[in-house]
Design a protein around this ligand. Sequence first.
Ligand code: NAD
Length: 246
Amino acid sequence: MRLKDKIAIITGAANGIGLAAAHKFAWEGAVAVICDLDPAQVSAAVAAVEAEGGQAEGHVVNVADRGTVDMMVAAVMARFGRVDILANNAGITRDARLVKMTEAQFDAVIDVNLKGVFHCTQAVADIMSAQGAGSIVNTASISGTHGNFGQTNYAAAKAGVIGMTKTWARELGPRNVRVNAVVPGSVQTAILDTVPEHVLDGIRNACWMRRLGRPEEVANVMAFLASDEASYVNGTALEVSGGISF
Ligand code: NAD
């Protein structure tokens, strides 16, 4: 078990990649602290992890709302007294071409995908620094490294996540707190529900493996980066895309 007894906060953990990470982290021995928006979805995710014999607890958290983040971290500290892992995974899309994108669409994605990562990391940074140990894994995207049609807001946020990852790796590295990012290509989750099939076909063709990824294929890499096996990996943005070129 690579994450035995680690306390692992995972945001956006009720669905998709975050839920796969909750399962994987718990399978590796961690307590999965499942954070998401909808109470029923949070309860269902906790039950699903527990049904596999894993340890989990749920919190209703909106990462864009610093107050709910702080309440969750305070509750985790009161119960466990430490935070070993933070997976900043919550994310949304509000796609539109540049000339059609509204300020509300731009702000919504920045608030969750960029500021939410800032909120959660700031909430645990002093705790991990005082412990002299911690691992933070941010979920970026190839939209942030390559850009993507219709994703001005999302690409900006994900490029920002990579920039924050490298900044925090420098700031927190001396305290043995590692900060890394996974950079997924296109992964079969609900976030792709609004993407037309012909666009998905183009994505499959751009991928050297000619298929979309599965959530657990990203979660496996997140677990590695979170674990002590990655003890000298810091400030990296690791692409998990099956190989891709545009
Ligand atoms: P998903 O929609 O299946 O899951 C995202 C989860 O985040 C949902 O459970 C949602 O409720 C939660 N969430 C949204 N806003 C939140 C908020 N304000 N506070 C807390 N939780 C919130 O999507 P996914 O594909 O699993 O996405 C997970 C991460 O992976 C996101 O950051 C996404 O940008 C990133 N990503 C996904 C893909 C892909 O192709 N699926 C590719 C690259 C990056």
